[in-house]
Design a binder for this molecule. Structure first.
Ligand SMILES: [Zn+2]
Length: 58
């Protein structure tokens, strides 16, 4: 875990509307979907294309 809180932003347009690809796995005990595997694929919804995510201090 990072000590300093960060924002995840698009390297292209600097917006925060970025998401990562992941698998959600069903948890029977909690009766909800929980985050399973997280993949490297990052998408910026502002650029509407694949991007790279950059960490910046909050
Ligand atoms: Zn972008």
């Amino acid at each position: 875990m990072a000590d300093t809180p960060v924002r995840k932003i698009c390297k292209g347009c600097r917006s925060e509307t970025v998401t990562r690809d992941a698998w959600a796995e069903w948890d029977v005990e909690r009766q909800e979907w929980v985050l399973g595997s997280l993949f490297d694929y990052a998408f910026c919804h502002n650029c509407a294309s694949r991007t790279q995510i950059e960490d910046v201090a909050v």
